[in-house]
Design a protein around this ligand. Structure first.
Ligand SMILES: Cc1ncc(COP(=O)(O)O)c(C=O)c1O
Length: 355
């Protein structure tokens, strides 16, 4: 019986190349606290990947990456504009506010958890310039978004322009960076600094790492305090090589891109099947590794009876004109690098039994 668990990409363990890299890095003594050759080599590796010199600071969770990235930009009285459903505002238990010692997140509305340049410009421009108000200092976007959409390069560049024209920096929460990247088929440089991204949370955990995320700094002015902030927050690993080794295995030979392509392909297969279910439809197009399905309650109940696992989702950011009927539910189905065709087909068969 294949797994019918589509609750998250985090239900998967680590991939074999990542585990092999950890085992290979395990032997013998190496300098601690990131002075080892694997960690130092990783800066070169990421610089090649992004086609320029970057500063790389590794942590074990996406929340730490986001909160530390935000803290390196925002002053305690600064404002960060993001979507109202952004992970940083909804799912990090106030870590960004804690690590910034008081900065505030301002949630904007937008279809599919995307923010657009116009609403960013309006929000920044209507802020009174008085010492009583918090100034906007950062815009943060999630790539892919919390509703599974992928910002196009022009969309990122437009946000970057609007932000920079107002002295505001741009952060990208790339917890699903690889899934978005293979969707766009562009280079990591094009999806980030060439489009105005100043600082990036580069996710690894959801797509094959055991627990590894990298803060990638493109704006050299932001790099200075990041390492101290990481240590002060308790996120500097003494055996840093075992964190770095994960990225070594993850990036080698395009393994990370293969994983993401697989997860996205499984999501596409799932989305096609969902669309063919009587009475079902997609809330947003499937652009990465998440399917957001509006299901008749009967199908949802049949799936639960069959042991399928997934989360209900918020309908706050549905497109204009879309709404849930009284007998419909909105659910999120996430695929991972470990998802099999059998799982997808098993899920769809169970759904059909309730149609
Ligand atoms: C958009 C987004 N950002 C960041 C994260 C990272 O979160 P965590 O701290 O659980 O690794 C997640 C994980 O669910 C996410 O979906």
């Amino acid at each position: 019986m294949p797994s019918l668990n589509f609750a998250s990409d985090n239900i998967a363990g680590a991939s074999q190349p990542v585990l092999d890299a950890i085992v290979a890095a395990n032997a013998g003594p190496m300098p601690a606290y990131g002075a080892d050759p694997i960690t130092t080599g990783l800066t070169t590796r990421f610089s090649e990947l992004f086609e320029r010199e970057v500063e790389v600071v590794l942590v074990a969770t996406g929340t730490a990456a986001n909160a530390l990235a935000l803290a390196s930009v925002l002053s305690p009285w600064g404002l960060c504009l993001c979507h109202e459903e952004a992970h940083i505002i909804d799912d990090e238990c106030g870590a960004p506010e804690f690590f910034t010692a008081g900065a505030k997140l301002l949630g904007l509305q937008g279809n599919g958890a995307k923010i657009d340049p116009r609403s960013v410009a309006e929000a920044v421009d209507r802020l009174p310039r008085h010492e009583k108000q918090m100034p906007a200092e950062l815009v943060s976007i999630s790539q892919a978004t919390e509703c599974g959409l992928v910002y196009g390069i022009e969309e990122i560049a437009a946000l970057g322009e609007v932000a920079h024209a107002r002295g505001v920096k741009l952060h990208m929460d790339g917890a699903r960076f690889a899934n978005a990247l293979v969707r766009l088929g562009c280079s990591p440089a094009d999806m980030t600094w060439r489009s105005g991204v100043d600082i990036l949370s580069f996710g690894g955990t959801k797509n094959g790492c055991l627990a590894a995320e990298a803060v990638i700094v493109f704006d050299p002015d932001l790099a200075g305090t990041l390492r101290r902030r990481r240590k002060r927050s308790g996120h500097t690993l003494s055996k840093g090589r075992l964190l770095s080794a994960q990225f070594e295995g993850y990036l080698a030979g395009g393994h990370w891109l293969d994983n993401a392509r697989h997860a996205n392909a499984m999501a596409e297969r799932l989305a096609a099947g969902v669309k063919a279910l009587p009475g079902a439809r997609l809330a947003w197009p499937t652009e990465a590794n998440e399917v957001f399905a509006i299901l008749p309650r009967g199908i949802d109940e049949a799936l639960r009876r069959a042991g399928a696992v997934y989360h209900p989702w918020s309908d706050r950011s549905l497109p204009a004109g879309e709404a849930l009927g009284p007998d419909e539910v909105l659910v999120r189905l996430v695929t991972a690098f470990t998802t099999t065709q059998d799982s997808v087909d098993g899920f769809l068969n169970a759904a059909r039994s309730g149609a």
